[in-house]
Design a protein around this ligand. Structure first.
Ligand SMILES: Nc1ncnc2c1ncn2[C@@H]1O[C@H](COP(=O)(O)OP(=O)(O)OP(=O)(O)O)[C@@H](O)[C@H]1O
Ligand SMILES: [Mg+2]
Length: 238
């Protein structure tokens, strides 16, 4: 697994202080669980304003932390233009979501390891399944806006306790909008180092205009007073 995975084990900060990255993601998981008392938040997608703000890092770590608690967790790489989850989990991306959708006939076999790669930690209660993005397609937005994609997510909801979806940024392409629409909630990542406030505001307006349920923001790349490398902040919807 790549160095972007910070929850696999507790890691020490550069100063040698014990810093529990897992606890940050456990708090995020709890906040998502409590974000709605009415409807279960089962499908969560992760997006941000611009590239490189930490979406894929948040998505992969959150999925791992969810598999500590839930029996079956699925991580889908819906960044069809710049996929990285196969690199983070050190696996191939020969086939994945795009290939699955191409031949999709309303039946999905989650035991087919060609599509659904499985990961299990000794200490976790459940299994993490990874569906990588698959072969490059010329029309990612069309694919992610399709009825077929929507039906696939509906079918996967019957198989998994929890589904985390990695998306591209809002201000680069519109792919995250249709994905957010089929999700129960959207996490919006802001980087303390990179994100421009106005751009983030515009991206949030765009999400809300499309009826997206924004669960809250995760603040990444925070340099905290004790010089710990990783920070997070979650705010409930206003
Ligand atoms: N909290 C963090 N603190 C420091 N560096 C981070 C943090 N999160 C991510 N990074 C680094 O920032 C870079 C981009 O991370 P990541 O791929 O998760 O971003 P992204 O928003 O998914 O990017 P893209 O828009 O290209 O998909 C990586 O080099 C990663 O290691
Ligand atoms: Mg990414």
């Amino acid at each position: 697994m790549s160095r972007r995975i910070v929850v696999a084990k507790n890691t020490k900060s550069r100063r040698g202080n014990q810093f529990d990255y897992s606890e940050i993601y456990r708090q995020l998981r709890t906040n998502i669980e409590f974000s709605s008392f009415e409807d279960k938040v089962q499908v969560v997608n992760v997006t941000s304003t611009m590239p490189n703000e930490g979406k894929s890092t948040v998505a992969s770590n959150l999925a791992i932390i969810c598999s500590d608690k839930y029996e079956k967790v699925l991580l889908i790489d819906c960044d069809l233009r710049k996929p990285v989850q196969h690199k983070i989990f050190n696996t191939t991306n020969k086939v994945g979501l795009s290939n699955l959708l191409l031949g999709y006939k309303d039946q999905v076999d989650i035991d087919d390891e060609i599509y659904f790669k499985r990961y299990k930690k000794d200490t976790s209660a459940g299994k993490l399944y990874l569906l990588t993005s698959g072969s490059k397609v010329p029309n990612p937005q069309e694919l992610l806006s399709s009825k077929r994609f929507k039906r696939l997510i509906e079918a996967l909801k019957k198989e998994f306790d929890c589904i985390i979806i990695d998306c591209p940024p809002i201000n680069a392409v519109s792919d995250a909008i249709p994905v957010s629409s089929v999700s129960d909630g959207t996490l919006f990542v802001c980087s303390a180092k990179d994100t421009n406030k106005k751009d983030a505001k515009d991206a949030l307006v765009q999400l809300k205009r499309n009826g997206v349920n924004v669960l809250g923001c995760v603040l990444s790349k925070v340099e905290d007073p004790s010089n710990k490398r990783y920070g997070y902040y979650y705010r409930n919807r206003e």
